[in-house]
Design a protein around this ligand. Structure first.
Ligand code: CU
Length: 240
């Protein structure tokens, strides 16, 4: 999975996409999802509270899975990236728990709390960013740190219950499912592609030496999708 997402990419080229199409769908949980134990807070309980929910698996309306990433693979020429990622330390959780961007697209980390958070991103074992944010409303731009595609695991060095994921893709054709499990990617040059769903993994395995909760490995499911000129493809994924 990591190898798949970390394949060195040809430099992405922005073009005016002619007759672009879209793909949309949902990620749903099949069967009864496990109930995840809340996570104990190790310090700053006056601000954070004693426990926080685990966001490793969030199943909402009609079985929709929030926080799955959807990556359209192999697009080397396409639309201009839009939007930006703002990863906020908010009430002692990372908001959003899963974010997605592309290499060198605008991304920032923020602290909305009045306590120290230390946002530490890893690509495999290498540190991508390591940012102490002691002050409320402090913000640091990490755009230039996002030089390689891959799945960045984000931890807070101060609070073991805090973890998140930042998906750095090699093109802007990436999305994260909403609370309904829905996603949409548009402006796609017509063609046939692989569409990959990534989910972080959610079966609780225990805690590591720092008291950080551990879950099973992230999962991926890939499907082929054909985008017709001005077409709208639909593709669903099932997590179990
Ligand atoms: Cu923290």
């Amino acid at each position: 999975m990591l190898a798949l997402l970390a394949t060195p990419a040809a430099a992405y080229e922005e073009i005016a996409v002619k007759d672009g199409g879209a793909v949309a769908g949902r990620v749903k949980f099949a069967g009864t999802p496990p109930t995840l134990e809340p996570l104990a807070v190790n310090k700053n309980r006056d601000v954070c509270g004693d426990r926080k929910p685990s966001e490793a698996l969030v199943v909402g309306t009609d079985g929709g899975v929030r926080g799955a990433a959807i990556l359209l693979e192999g697009v080397t020429k396409g639309k201009k990236p839009t939007g930006e990622v703002l990863l906020d330390n908010h009430k002692c959780l990372f908001v959003s728990h899963v974010t997605a961007t592309m290499v060198a697209a605008k991304a920032r980390v923020k602290n909305s709390d009045g306590i120290l958070h230390n946002t530490h991103g890893f690509l495999a074992k290498a540190t991508v960013f390591n940012l102490a944010l002691p002050n409320r409303d402090q913000m640091i731009d990490i755009t230039k740190r996002l030089t390689k595609p891959g799945v960045v695991r984000v931890l807070c060095d101060a609070h073991p219950h805090m973890f998140a994921w930042m998906i750095v893709h090699d093109s802007p054709y990436v999305a994260v499912t909403d609370e309904r499990g829905a996603f949409k990617i548009d402006g796609i040059p017509p063609g046939t592609y692989k569409l990959t769903m990534w989910h972080e993994g959610f079966r609780a395995k225990g805690v590591d030496k720092d008291g950080r909760p551990t879950y099973d490995e992230p999962r991926t499911i890939s499907k082929d999708v054909t985008i017709a000129p001005n077409g709208a493809a639909t593709l669903d994924f099932e997590l179990r």
